[in-house]
Structure formats: C-alpha cells, structure tokens
Design a binder for this molecule. Structure first.
Ligand SMILES: [Fe+2]
Length: 287
C-alpha cells in the first residue's frame, strides 16, 4: 500500500496512511513522511503497534533525541522516552490527584506551551504514542504559530520583530503555586533567552511564546504579560488550532518550531491515560 498524506479539511495537519511503523521504513517512504512533516506541522498515524525500540529508531531518523533525567518519567529506564501519564509507573495505579509531582505535570501540560523552549536549544519535534486513553477528554490541542504570525497586522509584526523573551521552567511551577525544584536541578536548566519571532527554514516566521515564558526583555512585568496574553489569545483562535481526539494506537508527531500545544482536561482521578513521547532535539540555539 503506497504512503498517502491526507491533509485535514478544516485546519492544518494531516493524516499519514499506508505506513506501518513496526516495519522498516524505506528511504523513499521516510522522505514522504519527512516532507509531510515540514509541510503540515502535525501528522497523525492511526492503528500503530510498535515496540519502544522501534519508537526510538524512527524518531532518531529526524535527529538526536532529548533525554529526561528523572527515572520516574522514563519508560523502562530509557532516558529518551518519557511517560505522559496519570498512572504511577511503579504500582500501575492512578496517582493521587494531589500528588505534587503529578499536579505539576498536569497543570504544566494543560497550559499552552511548546516542548523544551526552556532549553538553550529548543526542540524540533515530539512524537507521542497513545498506549491508554480515557473514554472522554484528554485531547491534545495544537496551535500553528506560523499561521498565527502570518495573519498578524504589519504593525504588530514590526512591534514584536526584535523582542526577546526569557523562558524558565520554574515559571510554570511558580504560576501554579508549586514548590521550586532542587537548586541543582534548576541550575542544570537555567533561564534562557529566545526570540519572540523565529525564522523557519522555508522562509516563513513563527511566534515563540507559551507557558515557559517568564517575561519579555525591556518591558515592565505588566506590559510584558499583556503582550504575551494578547499573542496567546491571537495564536489560539480556532482557525489556527487542530484538536486531536486520541485513540489507542495513535502516534502524533508535531513540529515544535512552529506549534504550541496543550492537553485538554479529563477525569484524572478515575480514567487512565498513558502516552509515550520521544523528543527530537533542535539543530542549534536561536540566539
Ligand atoms: Fe508538551
């Protein structure tokens, strides 16, 4: 069966058909996949069954993978595969909703963000695979930051063109009144400066915002927050958003260079949700 790319009708993104991710992927098929990723920003594969090694192998064809140092976040002790879940890794039970680590993760992922913008080299792509999904809710929403940038007025583009934002992973925790992480952990990932507008390889530009942003340089806190809120509201209008309703066996791959995403709510206390994610590192710092 030939590989087919089927763009979504009402918004951006596309479904990839005819590719079985548990088999070796030829160079020709990989090129179709890779070209579609560059074009559509979000790709959906349905009905996939593959091993964790295969998940790592096809992710690596897009570049080096980021590691996650905390063993409780890792799948099978593998640092480059992270669990996105409300299920305790060790007991297999649903975690208490008030568990601090769990709360921080859930609150963090429910806000609009782009994976790893708090790293000096922000990531290129994430590949998220659904192992268990709740019967209702738990969708993931994606906003296309290149489309959102392109639709801005020329005045607004000129206003934000040269601005720099400081991203800091601690900010998300502070916003949700969670205790700070240990000093050594904080020091390993210090605050970083990122441009508010990044160029893309195809000549377009994209907004770089999201919940990891602490403030915009050269503005007072109120002015900075006002602009960030405005840009977030702008970029997350329905015309720029794709909502993915998960089914077991879905793999969704998205471009972190030109999208933000957030998790929709679900019954955390009663419904199980487990997804595995690999994250492809970016090519270099933006500044
Ligand atoms: Fe995320």
């Amino acid at each position: 069966m030939p590989v087919e790319i089927c763009p979504f009708k009402d918004t951006f993104g596309a479904e990839v058909q005819g590719l079985d991710l548990s088999r070796d992927i030829s160079d020709a098929d990989f090129k179709i996949w890779s070209d579609a990723f560059e074009t559509h920003a979000v790709l959906v594969f349905h009905d996939q069954r593959f091993t964790i090694d295969q998940h790592i192998a096809f992710s690596r064809r897009f570049g080096d993978l980021e590691d996650f140092p905390d063993p409780k976040d890792q799948v099978n002790g593998i640092p480059c595969v992270i669990r996105v879940s409300n299920i305790d890794k060790y007991t297999g039970d649903i975690k208490p909703v008030e568990d601090i680590g769990h709360k921080s993760f859930t609150l963090g992922t429910s806000a609009w963000h782009t994976d790893s913008t708090f790293r000096r080299v922000p990531s290129k792509a994430s590949l998220l695979y659904a192992v268990e999904v709740p019967p209702v809710g738990g969708d993931t929403l994606f906003a296309n930051m290149a489309m959102a940038y392109e639709a801005l007025s020329e005045d607004k583009k000129a206003q934000i063109e040269k601005l720099i934002a400081v991203h800091d992973f601690e900010v998300t925790r502070r916003r949700h009144s969670l205790p700070p992480r240990p000093k050594a952990v904080q020091e390993a990932v210090p605050p970083v400066r990122q441009p508010l507008v990044r160029p893309l390889e195809d000549g377009r530009k994209a907004l770089v915002i999201g919940s990891h942003v602490d403030h915009i340089e050269g503005m007072d806190a109120e002015e900075s927050q006002e602009l960030l809120d405005w840009l977030t509201d702008w970029a997350t209008q329905p015309r720029f958003v794709y909502r993915h309703e998960w089914e077991v066996g879905d793999l969704v791959m998205w471009d972190n260079r030109c999208t933000m995403h957030r998790a929709g709510s679900y019954d955390l206390a009663h419904h199980r949700r487990l997804l595995h994610r690999t994250t492809v590192a970016g090519d270099g710092p933006l500044i």
